[in-house]
Design a protein around this ligand. Structure first.
Ligand code: HSE
Length: 434
């Protein structure tokens, strides 16, 4: 199928807007090759002209009024990235009214005004895509719309606000006070412009409303959700919980009750047992654990905030809408390329840390010769343990953890070590990852 062109207008060069523009300008060929559609960044609207130029927006496509994008008959897709409610709502509604598809990361707008906006999109037969509105870089909307399409979702539990998770993680791990942790989260760019949205659970509530709309096919008006934040969580409870084998997390929870036709939708702090998979989601990371009646348990994990992860999700929406618009849903666009991007690398060039284990006779000089062999092959040792053992014939197991080393050199060392007459059995070699 030939390459179609799709014209894109971006409104807002803030954190996420700049990230999206960078991808569109730097990766047009990659996106075209993979999707069969060439995205053309046609106009960018931003009031702060200096900021837009500093972010690399070409001067000739920069405008100062979103209406120059929503009113431009040439533009196919409008990307709303100014956030907030007032102007953003006008951008989205006027673009939809003009028959343009819209991509947005604006969870507050969709959760609170989505019923009317989605109705307008349906009426105009255009897309209103919002992957980036829920958990940034995690493709959870795509997963719910496509990957899990065969399922009734039986429950959903998520850590969907990076700021709160960052604060609670810091309180747990460092005993740091709430206000200090919040200030750090703001500095790192995770928090909303008004961080009370994060810490009072409102941002999580917005995301939960959108998740439930998809996962449970139930649009619940946002004010109906039960929402508690983390303002009242203090260090003493975090520490007590830890002592009892639990950790404190802010959760977004959906529990449908098929027998009554009702659903609990709630954002609240909760104790999770340390062995629960969500208990190990630390810092600003997000995760969603769900259960489908067919797929059973599934979990999605990734970065829910920040310029690049969110921009990654926005661009995925733009591409997906563009493919639909151009009727270019040609499945063959994902067949392997004729010229592969990478050639296969031999494992001898792999670099990792390694766990080695040998069985040696417990006699003078053994350890020295083993260490010398590794050193002569540029393998640096991080730790060595010789275990007193009850093996027969005065034999002892020795484990060695290496620093980062070249696999070929580690294997060469092991072959040499294996040839010593005081070594017995096959040396064990396991890579240490992560
Ligand atoms: N403030 C949000 C968070 C950003 O902390 O998760 C992404 O929605």
């Amino acid at each position: 199928m030939g390459l179609s062109v799709c014209r894109v207008g971006v409104v807002g060069v803030g954190t996420v807007g700049a990230g999206v523009i960078h991808i569109l300008l730097k990766r047009p060929d990659l996106l075209a090759r993979r999707s069969g559609v060439r995205l053309q960044l046609t106009k960018v609207a931003e009031l702060d002209r200096a900021r837009a130029l500093a972010e690399g927006v070409p001067e000739e496509i920069l405008v100062d009024d979103f209406a120059k994008i929503t009113g431009d008959p040439e533009i196919d897709i409008v990307v709303e990235l100014i956030g907030g409610m007032g102007v953003a709502e006008k951008v989205v509604s006027s673009a939809l009214e003009a028959g343009k598809s819209v991509v947005t990361a604006n969870k507050a707008l969709l959760a609170e005004k989505g019923a009317a906006l989605f109705a307008l999109a349906r009426k105009k037969d255009v897309a209103l895509a919002f992957e980036a509105a829920v958990c940034g870089g995690i493709p959870i909307i795509l997963a719910l719309r496509e990957g899990l399409i065969a399922n009734h979702i039986l429950s959903l539990t998520g850590i969907v606000n990076g700021t709160c998770n960052y604060i609670l993680s810091k309180m747990t791990e460092e005993g740091a006070p709430f206000d200090k942790c919040l200030a750090e989260a703001q500095k790192l760019g995770y928090a909303e412009a008004d961080p009370t949205f994060d810490i009072d659970g409102i941002d999580s509530g917005h995301k939960l409303a959108l998740l439930s709309a998809l996962a449970l096919e139930s649009w619940i008006d946002f004010p109906g959700l039960h929402i508690e934040g983390i303002r009242n969580i203090n260090l003493m409870d975090v520490e007590f919980a830890r002592y009892l084998g639990y950790t404190v997390k802010l959760l977004a929870v959906a529990r449908p009750q098929p027998e009554t036709g009702k659903v609990f939708l709630s954002v609240h702090p909760a104790l999770l047992h340390l062995e629960h998979p969500l208990a190990n989601v630390h810092g600003s990371m997000n995760a969603i654990a769900l259960e489908g009646d067919v797929v059973k348990e599934a979990m999605f994990y990734g970065r829910g905030a920040g310029r690049e992860p969110t921009a990654s999700a926005v661009v995925s929406d733009i591409v997906s809408v563009a493919r639909d618009l151009c009727g270019n849903t040609d499945a063959t666009s994902w067949t392997p390329r004729e010229n592969p991007m990478y050639a296969l690398a031999p494992m001898a060039q792999y670099r990792a840390r390694y766990y080695l284990r040998i069985i040696a006779e417990d006699i003078p000089g053994v350890l020295g010769r083993v260490m010398m062999t590794l050193g002569n092959n540029n393998v640096s040792i991080a730790s060595v343990h010789q275990f007193e053992s009850e093996l027969d014939n005065n034999r002892v197991p020795i484990s060695i953890l290496t620093h980062q080393a070249l696999e070929g050199e580690v294997l060469k060392s092991l072959a040499e070590i294996d040839s010593f007459d005081f070594i017995h059995g096959q040396p064990v070699f396991i890579r240490i990852e992560g």
